[in-house]
Design a binder for this molecule. Structure first.
Ligand code: BGC
Length: 734
């Protein structure tokens, strides 16, 4: 309970994220930053007050765009105020590293594995390290703002941006994004957290209007942001494209003023998503900075805003607050005192090792009938499909990162417009085929790209082991029509499995997929989009150099019928157009999140008694584990994990709240990943965030008095004995 005293005592003003227990966050002198910001605002002229309030996209390929001097080509540029020592903001995407911008950046950057891969590690310390390296690269390339921190919950597994985000659970998402942000900001640069909020689909993303009860939002998507902000203390929050209750998220008084800045006491600034600003009124509703202004219908946060402030005291005060917030973020991160300049040194070899470690820890073993790990002495291996000879798949859109030399392979999907290159399917230069050959040097390895099934089957039949690489590509700007593997890959896998009983499927997917062939294959490895060294990480798991310890951060449904919305809203009439504007007269799209409310993902499956294909938290290992001795006292719990098998490996202890006063419910309330030698056991403790035990209603968090039952889970669907304790009633504001 103590961890929330700062809120209750009104000390929120002392942290960007209104919480004093930020994990791993670098010390931030917020009060000092605010005092400096106030002093600077006092010295600003009327003209200067509308410099930090808007920014452009410094992209030479955009029609009519001239890249200003001092800008670094990338997602955004906000000029500084030299007279006052205020640095320009140089902004780049995103959560997986310094973005490639459709080939504009030739210098290369380290691509972390996808957000889901990172989250499957269940390891905040690792996400901090990942954040630290991509923040260092951003800085070395002259950027002082990384548009990272994507933390929208997976409400629909078809969301095209699922790969950028982390999980379906607010605790896992919040803890992990907070750690990543803290790592990024350890480089004296600003990180965002995004996209605030309830940005659950790409279909009609600029106008889909989300309906959700306030309590349900607070207990789910908003809680992920709240925890992430507390732990990571990001300098900026990027508001989303969608509408919430009829208002654009970037002009939502409720989301920005009432919740973020009011209830949570957030002191940093809100920047818009690119092309998400409906007009100058967004400022009064809580937006502090208009980003990527060429994409909006007007530049509202320059002269229009200045004129408003000149004629109205409330607008003038708001404008001062907007400047104060941007400056607070700049000073708190030390952006002005530690200028980022292009041409900095990057230790790419060391960063590649971190990317590989993230991939290894995030790979999830979904099925193994004993065929894995593969023997390094295998004589014949058939590798099939997935461009495995060239590299590993990446997700596309603004977050796409590419190493030096660009993609190993691409597949153009047509389309035109300045952003078409961002929509291209691209593969990182990390060939699983080469890594497999390096792991089994004496093996004869054949490769077939899988376009011709009979030919692939022939090769599979001749080999001891067949490894099929299956890819499912996703991109920002479009959702998946369904969860099947495209391009006939299901048929390919089934045919190969029929020819070779030792068929292993390696999935490179941007989210959950269906597996109609699951019963027929010997093993399944979910490698996600595994990043710059994905090929090496995959081989290391296949041959047992890494004992897989990843656990699913999202539920894999058994069918679309199991979802709260079996049909994705708008999927029948909205054309994917990279998330652009609606066709004339076609901007009425609604999505009802009250169907599941705060029961997102596994909580929905538990509520409905549905059996998924693979549950949240699921993952196998080459050893075996026992989780035992759950003890709960007040808001903390301890348990023991034992490695009962023959190999060292990692397991993730997962504690769930499963019952409250006799009523079933399910919420992850604590987790810890431990590395255990064969035969070793270790105890661990976790502290519960009381919000996870509470409901949000009538403007406050409320815990009823009574019996709370907890269980250790191997995953959300395999729970151990219930331990029940009594807790007193409690109610509190944020
Ligand atoms: C995306 C953001 C990104 C921005 C700048 C938008 O289309 O939604 O995530 O940061 O572009 O590239």
């Amino acid at each position: 309970m103590n961890r929330h005293l700062p809120f209750v005592l009104g000390c929120a003003a002392l942290a960007l994220g209104a919480n004093a227990h930020a994990q791993q966050a670098p010390a931030i002198d917020l009060a000092g930053a605010q005092a400096r910001a106030d002093a600077t605002v006092k010295q600003m002229t009327g003209d200067e007050k509308v410099i930090l309030t808007h920014g452009m996209m410094p992209l030479p390929f955009l029609p009519g765009t001239k890249v200003p001097e001092g800008a670094v080509p990338g997602a955004g540029y906000v000029p500084g105020i030299a007279r006052l020592g205020v640095p320009a903001l140089t902004e780049t995407d995103a959560s997986l590293g310094v973005a490639w911008v459709g080939g504009l950046r030739k210098d290369g950057a380290t691509a972390l594995p996808s957000g889901l891969a990172q989250a499957a590690s269940w390891n905040p310390g690792l996400l901090y390290r990942g954040g630290a390296i991509i923040g260092a690269e951003a800085r070395a390339k002259g950027f002082n703002v990384l548009l990272a921190g994507g933390v929208n919950l997976m409400r629909d597994p078809r969301n095209g941006r699922t790969f950028e985000y982390l999980a379906e659970d607010p605790l896992l998402s919040g803890d992990l994004v907070g750690a990543a942000i803290a790592g990024i900001q350890s480089n004296h640069i600003i990180s965002t957290i995004k996209h605030f909020a309830l940005n659950g689909q790409e279909t009609g993303r600029k106008y889909v209007d989300v309906k959700i009860a306030e309590g349900a939002a607070r207990e789910s998507d908003l809680l992920a942001f709240q925890i992430g902000i507390e732990k990571g203390q990001p300098g900026a929050v990027m508001c989303a494209y969608n509408r919430i209750g009829g208002a654009q998220a970037c002009a939502s008084d409720w989301a920005l003023n009432k919740v973020l800045k009011g209830a949570w006491g957030y002191k940093g600034f809100v920047m818009s998503d690119w092309g998400a600003v409906p007009g100058v009124e967004a400022a009064i509703n809580g937006l502090d900075q208009q980003s990527g202004e060429q994409l909006d219908k007007g530049i509202y946060f320059a002269d229009t805003l200045k004129a408003k402030a000149a004629g109205d005291k409330a607008w003038a005060a708001r404008l001062d607050d907007m400047n104060r917030r941007v400056l607070t973020a700049i000073y708190a991160a030390g952006v002005d005192k530690n200028p980022a300049r292009p041409g900095g040194q990057i230790d790419f070899a060391a960063h590649a090792q971190v990317a590989e470690e993230v991939a290894r820890q995030g790979i999830v073993l979904l099925k193994n009938n004993g065929a894995l790990p593969l023997a390094k002495t295998a004589k014949t291996i058939a590798v099939i499909g997935g461009y495995a000879d060239s590299g590993v798949l990446a997700g596309s859109g603004s977050s796409l990162v590419m190493g030096e030399g660009g993609p190993a392979a691409t597949r153009s999907l047509g389309g035109d417009g300045p952003f078409a290159a961002l929509m291209q399917q691209s593969y990182h230069r990390s060939s699983p085929l080469k890594a497999i050959q390096a792991s089994a040097p004496q093996a004869t390895i054949t490769f077939r790209d899988g376009r011709y099934i009979a030919d692939a089957v022939e090769k599979a039949r001749q080999a001891q082991v067949a490894i099929v690489f299956a890819t499912e590509w996703r991109t920002e700007g479009a959702d998946q029509p369904d969860l099947s593997l495209p391009d006939g890959q299901d048929a390919l896998i089934a045919a190969v499995a029929a020819a070779n009983p030792n068929t292993i499927v390696v999935l490179e997917t941007g989210g959950p997929v269906l597996m109609p062939w699951l019963d027929k294959v010997a093993g399944v490895v979910e490698a996600w989009y595994p990043g710059a060294r994905g090929g090496e990480a995959i081989a290391s798991v296949l041959f047992g150099d890494t004992n897989p310890g990843g656990r699913l951060p999202v539920t894999f449904p058994a069918s679309l019928d199991q979802l709260p919305r079996p049909k994705l809203d708008g999927s029948d009439w909205v054309e994917p157009n990279f998330g652009g504007d609606p066709a004339p007269g076609k901007d009425q799209l609604h999505s009802d999140y009250d169907i599941e409310g705060s029961d997102v993902g596994y909580r929905w499956f538990a509520r409905k008694g549905l059996k998924p294909l693979f549950p949240f938290g699921y993952g196998l290992s080459y050893t075996s584990f026992a989780a035992r001795d759950l003890k709960v006292s007040g808001l903390s719990a301890s348990f023991t994990l034992a490695n009962t098998g023959q190999r060292a490996g990692d397991d993730v202890g997962q504690v769930y709240l499963v019952r409250r006063n006799g009523a079933p419910l399910q919420r992850l309330v604590g987790f810890k990943r431990l590395s255990l030698a064969a035969g070793a056991s270790q105890s661990a403790s976790v502290t519960f965030d009381p919000r996870l035990l509470a409901d949000w209603k009538d403007g406050r968090w409320t815990m009823p008095a009574g019996e709370y039952g907890f269980a250790l889970g191997r995953n959300a669907a395999e729970l151990g004995p219930v331990v029940t304790i009594k807790l007193p009633a409690r109610a509190w504001k944020d």
